[in-house]
Design a protein around this ligand. Structure first.
Ligand SMILES: [Zn+2]
Length: 344
């Protein structure tokens, strides 16, 4: 299959369910962002349901869940909540939903670490987090005003995540989860987040791809303050390559936008886009640049503070990839800001 083809399902209204494969229901949740929705999936488990991803921890999401549980689940309980990863639009309502339904939570160990960072933001380690995040943003070349604004964004994000249950089950690479007599294989990817889980059913020919493969936009791949030396772009590209082993005619159920066919075409497109960006970043560093100077040259438009954070993190991910390949070098300037340039 050489092109991406949107699957022929109508987009469900908020709080409605659309079957997209036998026993696989598509549910949309609203998001108050530029990307205004997230796709969640409900899997028929015979005497109950398994939920994949949960939406934000806010009143709008909780209201939709209450409606769906009361009207559409035929009185059968939610037996399990699975998270692809710990980003706020996926995990936010999870703690509440588990408490509301009594369902256990399943997540990879890597994502559980990220999830615990939300609690740190408002807990006893908030000052330590703040110092680390401030110095990280400073090293990217952000000024005090940008840094203060972004710290406010971190606090806002953590307020959209309900506390997780005390007891959590671990999703692991390669494990099989049986749901309604269907085996779902867990495929763990890195780059967009620490240990993102996709679910693949060979019998159904379906991949629940989370944010790992989206039909139009490319997921953010950022170096984060918690792991300032990481090379997530390498992990991301390797993870995309790994998914090429799945059949070309797989139906992809993404966390944003619409289900589609053309997995191999989309993987190739995503990898090619990143390779082109890497070549461009390498060329721009013919002059020594800070991360935020590079952001200015690449995006060439006014970015919101949140977009500056995403763009700065992703530019640093590109720079670390090139650094590891010795295509760039890096030093600190007199203000302790990172400067990247082509090798001498
Ligand atoms: Zn995500």
């Amino acid at each position: 299959m050489n092109a991406i083809v949107t699957a022929d399902y109508s987009v469900p209204e908020s709080g409605q369910l659309q079957e997209v494969a036998p026993g696989v229901l598509w549910l949309r949740m609203p998001l108050p962002f530029e990307l205004d929705h997230i796709n969640l999936y409900l899997l028929d488990d015979l005497d109950g349901w398994v939920v994949v991803d949960c939406g934000l921890g806010n009143a709008d999401t909780r209201a939709v869940w209450e409606k769906v549980i009361a009207r559409f689940l035929q009185g059968r309980p939610i037996k399990k909540v699975i998270l692809t990863h710990a980003h706020v639009d996926h995990i936010g309502a999870a703690g509440w939903l588990c408490h509301y339904t009594g369902a256990p939570l399943w997540i990879t160990a890597g994502e559980q670490v990220t999830a615990e960072e939300y609690a740190q933001l408002s807990g006893v380690n908030a000052d330590t987090f703040s110092v680390q995040a401030n110095s990280f943003l400073h090293r990217l070349g952000m000024d005090e005003q940008q840094t203060a604004g972004i710290m406010g964004i971190f606090t806002g994000i953590s307020s959209l995540v309900h506390p997780l249950p005390g007891s959590i089950y671990e999703l692991k690479e390669g494990m099989s989860v049986e749901i309604g007599n269907v085996q779902w294989q867990v495929i763990v990817s890195e780059g967009h987040s620490e240990a993102h889980a996709c679910l693949y059913s060979e019998a159904l020919g379906v991949l629940i791809s989370g944010d790992q493969v989206l039909p139009r936009i490319s997921s953010n791949v950022s170096v984060r303050a918690a792991k300032p030396d990481a090379n997530p772009m390498l992990a991301w590209i390797q993870s995309l390559e790994g998914l090429k082993t799945l059949p070309a005619d797989t139906l992809v159920l993404p966390a944003h936008e619409r289900p589609f066919y053309g997995l191999h075409a989309r993987l190739a497109e995503l990898i090619e886009e990143h390779m082109e960006t890497l070549i461009r970043v390498e060329a721009l560093c013919s002059e020594p640049l800070t991360v935020m100077q590079l952001v200015g040259l690449i995006y060439q438009r006014k970015l919101t503070l949140f977009d500056q954070l995403l763009a700065g993190g992703e530019c640093l991910a590109n720079l670390h990839y090139l650094l590891a390949q010795k295509r760039l070098q890096c030093c600190y300037d007199v203000n302790d800001v990172l400067v990247f340039s082509q090798p001498d």
